[in-house]
Design a protein. Structure first.
Length: 264
């Protein structure tokens, strides 16, 4: 209970930072909305999807997943910046749980995603996105998105603690997130890729998550080389498996890395 209470205090600190530096929240929402408009009106007319409602129906689940995946980069760079300022040493001098800082940061970044996804959903609705599955499945899709972003934030925690320098962390984070998001089914069907690349793209955790969201939003998924495989037939289950694997690996690694860093 003490560790949980301490983590909530760190989360409160994260939220207070957003109130005191509103530019962080503003730019966190502008970028995904910019992606929505860019892909909707620049590429929307050149990509045939076969989906009712056109490209925007295919696009929005991909943009949602891309944005939550970028939580990794935001968490990593924010933690690295705190380390540069000596925040770990200051927290170490306080009678709080050793893991409170990392748990509190991931919770704070997860709450930020609530606002970002809400703004993106509104922007998508304005440009024509119309999910057809009903309120329960739509709500479940957003819960999945928040859970996915939370899981990836632990990868960001580990990257931020390992690299330390905020500039290096940002480059490393984007080297992870860009291949994951663009080598996937987020923006276009994978069937147009070379067959060997289709296997990589369609087993990508981002692709599985996008497929899960599309299914929950009432769309039909299209797979190429891996059609009939477990991820293509059960994207919701596979997404949960990926999230459990990510959290199981990176939570203990991150807590151990933080404890080690705090001792130096």
């Amino acid at each position: 209970m003490r560790a949980f209470t301490d983590a909530l205090i760190i989360t409160k600190r994260q939220l207070l930072q957003l109130a005191r530096v509103p530019e962080v929240l503003i730019f966190s929402t502008i970028q995904p909305v910019m992606f929505v408009l860019l892909f909707r009106y620049v590429f929307g007319g050149s990509i045939a999807t076969g989906q009712p409602g056109g490209y925007v129906q295919l696009l929005m689940p991909g943009i949602f997943v891309q944005t939550t995946a970028f939580t990794l980069a935001a968490t990593a760079s924010g933690l690295a910046e705190d380390m540069t300022k000596g925040l770990i040493d200051r927290f170490r001098s306080l009678p709080i749980s050793r893991s409170a800082l990392v748990f509190g940061r991931t919770l704070g970044d997860g709450l930020l995603n609530v606002v970002v996804l809400a703004v993106m959903g509104l922007a998508g609705y304005i440009v024509g996105w119309r999910p057809s599955s009903g309120i329960f499945k739509i709500g479940l899709a957003f819960i999945f998105l928040l859970a996915f972003g939370y899981a990836l934030s632990w990868v960001g925690i580990f990257a931020g603690l390992a690299a330390r320098d905020a500039r290096v962390v940002q480059n490393v984070s984007f080297l992870i997130t860009f291949p994951l998001t663009f080598l996937s089914n987020a923006f276009a069907p994978t069937t147009g890729m070379p067959r060997a690349l289709q296997y990589v793209a369609e087993w990508n955790p981002v692709s599985t998550m996008v497929a899960a969201c599309r299914e929950l939003f009432g769309l039909k998924n299209q797979f190429g080389a891996t059609a009939g495989s477990f991820p293509s037939e059960h994207p919701l289950t596979m997404s949960l498996i990926y999230m459990v694997i990510i959290v199981s690996i990176f939570v203990p690694l991150s807590v151990r890395k933080y404890t080690t860093a705090a001792k130096k």
